[in-house]
Ligand binder design. Structure first.
Ligand SMILES: [Ca+2]
Ligand SMILES: [Ca+2]
Length: 266
C-alpha cells in the first residue's frame, strides 16, 4: 500500500487580516479567555460586545470585575505595514486608569516593543514604554471612538483617534515581533462602568484605493461588508477607509461605488 503524506503548512499563505465584529462572544470568535473574574455581565447587543462591570462583592478595591481576551498574532510577524483598529465606548471614570480600570487594548509581545492603550470615558492613553512619556488624548464622553495604530516595520508608528493623529514617531523596533499578541479587556478598580466594543480588526494595512480590505489580492465578497462600513459608517474619511477611497479624493462616498463594483466584478 502506498501511503502519501502531504506536508501542508497551516500557514501556507500569510494571514492578512483578522476581524472581530462583535456578532458573537469573544471566546467563540477566535479569542482566548485569559481571565473572567467575579462574573461580570457580558453580552452581545446589536453587534456590540457589552461588558457591565462592578466591584467584586467581598473583595476590597482595586480588583473588581474583569474580562480579558487574547490572541496570538505570530502569523502577522512578517507584515511590512500592520494596523490594529477598534471602536469602543466606555463609561469608566478617568481616575480608574491609574488603577488598571476602564478599557484596555495592547499590541504586545515578549520583546521590547509594545503598545498599551488604556481608555476611560473622556481620556485615552498610550504607553509604549515606562521609560517614555505617556501619550494622552482627551476625548468626548458618551460616544464611541475609533482607535487605530499603524506601524510600518521599525520605521514609524501613528496613533489615530477618529481619524485624527494623536501621537506618532519612531518605534522602538519592529512590530509585530517577538511572539506578538493582542490582548484586550475591561475591568473595574473602584467605580462601576460599562464598556461596549463594536469591533477589533488587525492585520496588513490594505493598499490605498484598492478596494481590497483583506489584502487577498482580489476585490470580492469578503470586502463588501467593510466597504459598506466605510461608506455608511462614521470613519469614511479616516485612515481605516483609505483602501475604500477608490478615486483617492480623501473620502469614501457615493463617488467610489461605481469603481468598487467594477473591481468586484473582475
Ligand atoms: Ca479582498
Ligand atoms: Ca472617494
Amino acid at each position: 500500500m502506498l501511503v502519501v503524506v502531504f506536508s501542508v503548512s497551516a500557514r501556507n499563505a500569510l494571514a492578512a487580516i483578522f476581524v472581530y465584529e462583535a456578532q458573537s462572544m469573544p471566546d467563540v470568535s477566535g479569542w482566548q479567555t485569559v481571565q473572567n473574574y467575579c462574573n461580570p455581565l457580558l453580552s452581545i447587543q446589536n453587534g456590540w460586545f457589552c461588558e457591565i462591570m462592578d466591584v467584586c462583592p467581598g473583595v476590597p478595591p482595586p480588583g473588581g470585575q474583569q474580562a480579558t481576551y487574547r490572541r496570538d498574532i505570530a502569523e502577522m510577524a512578517e507584515a511590512e505595514a500592520f494596523f490594529v483598529e477598534w471602536r469602543v465606548q466606555t463609561t469608566a471614570d478617568k481616575s480608574e486608569l491609574n488603577w488598571g480600570g476602564g478599557a484596555a487594548l495592547s499590541a504586545a509581545s515578549h520583546g521590547d516593543v509594545n503598545y498599551a492603550f488604556k481608555i476611560a470615558a473622556d481620556r485615552a492613553e498610550l504607553n509604549r514604554d515606562n521609560l517614555l512619556p505617556l501619550a494622552i488624548a482627551d476625548i468626548d464622553a458618551g460616544v464611541p471612538h475609533t482607535y487605530r495604530l499603524e506601524l510600518v516595520g521599525a520605521v514609524s508608528y501613528v496613533w489615530y483617534i477618529d481619524g485624527q493623529v494623536v501621537d506618532s514617531g519612531s518605534p522602538e523596533g519592529n512590530y509585530p515581533s517577538a511572539e506578538p499578541f493582542i490582548v484586550w479587556r475591561a475591568n473595574v478598580a473602584f467605580l462601576p462602568s460599562t464598556t461596549q466594543w463594536d469591533y477589533i480588526r488587525y492585520g496588513t494595512i490594505p493598499a490605498d484605493g484598492s478596494g481590497d480590505f483583506d489584502s487577498s489580492g482580489a476585490v470580492d465578497a469578503n470586502d463588501v461588508y467593510f466597504f459598506l462600513d466605510c461608506l455608511l459608517g462614521p470613519d469614511s474619511t479616516g485612515p481605516g477607509c483609505r483602501w475604500a477611497d477608490m478615486n483617492h479624493d480623501g473620502a469614501t462616498n457615493a463617488a467610489d461605488i461605481q469603481q468598487f463594483v467594477a473591481a468586484l466584478a473582475h
